[in-house]
Each structure stands twice: as structure tokens, then as C-alpha cells.
Design a protein around this ligand. Structure first.
Ligand code: THU
Length: 157
């Protein structure tokens, strides 16, 4: 038997420390929270994906009275991005959330497992790392790739 350990590299940063492109992506993710349809959870999530054609595609969570039919912000954004620009590759994604108190979350909001798995596939399609920016009011986390968020990911191909 061998004991092993997986480490996740990430950078803690302040908004002001980001370069202009990352700040723009964060701004777009925050703006997208306003387009959530979340009458049940009242938890508004926004995601913004930078594509290699320069486009930024945003998405927000869309809920439904039949609860499992709703979709998270990240999957709304990544499916829309690929459905709109199937030849473009993902470069980075920012995720932000506004809680039930109507305020941007203090701590960064991280994608759920299903969204991580979905994003991982677009990272594989891109053939290179897709940076992840998790946005909080107090602090932001910068991750080098989606796969760094998915240890022991399911990989079929
Ligand atoms: N949600 C997201 O949009 N992204 C995630 O990664 C996790 C959760 C949404 C789903 C639901 O509309 C609300 O947040 C509360 O769970």
C-alpha cells in the first residue's frame, strides 16, 4: 500500500490584482447573476466564459418548478458557448454568486460536481487548460485548470 496525496494549486487574489482581461470576465460573471431565474432558491449564480475567438459567453442559473429540470449557471454558459461557437475553444471561466441577502458572496462560489464534469469535457476539447476564477467579495480564487477542480474525474475518452 502506498499513501498518496492530491494537492490543488490555486492563487488567492484581490480583484485589483487581476489583469484587465480577468477583471472583465469577473465583471461579466457578476453582471450575469442579474439574469438568473431563481425564484425557488433565490441564489443567483453567474458564469462568464472567455473563448479563443475573443467572445465572452455568459450564463445564469435557470430554475424550474420541476426542480431537477433547472440548470446551473456554469452549464447554461458552457452549453450555450459551444452551441453558439462550436469551433471556438474555452480559455477561462469566471463564476460569481449573489446570495439570498442580495449581496455578492463573501467567499468564492465553486461549481457543483455536475458542472465541473461538464466543464472538464470542454477543457478536453480545448486541448489545453481552461483557467477558473471563483469570485468572492472578500477574495477570489484562481485555479489553473478545470481538471484541478476534479480529482479522479470520470473520463471516457
Ligand atoms: N447553482 C449554480 O448555478 N451553479 C452551481 O455550481 C451550483 C448551484 C444554482 C442551482 C440553483 O439554481 C441554485 O444555484 C441553488 O442551488
Amino acid at each position: 500500500m502506498t499513501e498518496k496525496e492530491i494537492k490543488i494549486p490555486y492563487i488567492e487574489a484581490q480583484y485589483q490584482e487581476l489583469d484587465e482581461q480577468d477583471r472583465q470576465l469577473v465583471d461579466k460573471a457578476l453582471e450575469a447573476t442579474a439574469r438568473a431565474y431563481a425564484p425557488y432558491s433565490k441564489f443567483n449564480v453567474g458564469a462568464a466564459i472567455l473563448l479563443d475567438n475573443g467572445e465572452i459567453i455568459t450564463g445564469a442559473n435557470q430554475e424550474n418548478a420541476a426542480f431537477p429540470s433547472g440548470t446551473c449557471a456554469e452549464r447554461t454558459a458552457c452549453y450555450y458557448a459551444h452551441a453558439t461557437y462550436p469551433d471556438a475553444r474555452f480559455c477561462a471561466i469566471a463564476v460569481a454568486a449573489v446570495g439570498t441577502d442580495g449581496k455578492e458572496l463573501e467567499e468564492p462560489c465553486a461549481p457543483c460536481g455536475a458542472c465541473r464534469q461538464a466543464l472538464l469535457e470542454y477543457e478536453k476539447l480545448a486541448g489545453r487548460d481552461v483557467r477558473v476564477i471563483l469570485v468572492g467579495r472578500k477574495v477570489l480564487y484562481l485555479l489553473p485548470s478545470v481538471k484541478s477542480l476534479v480529482p479522479f474525474a470520470f473520463v471516457e475518452f
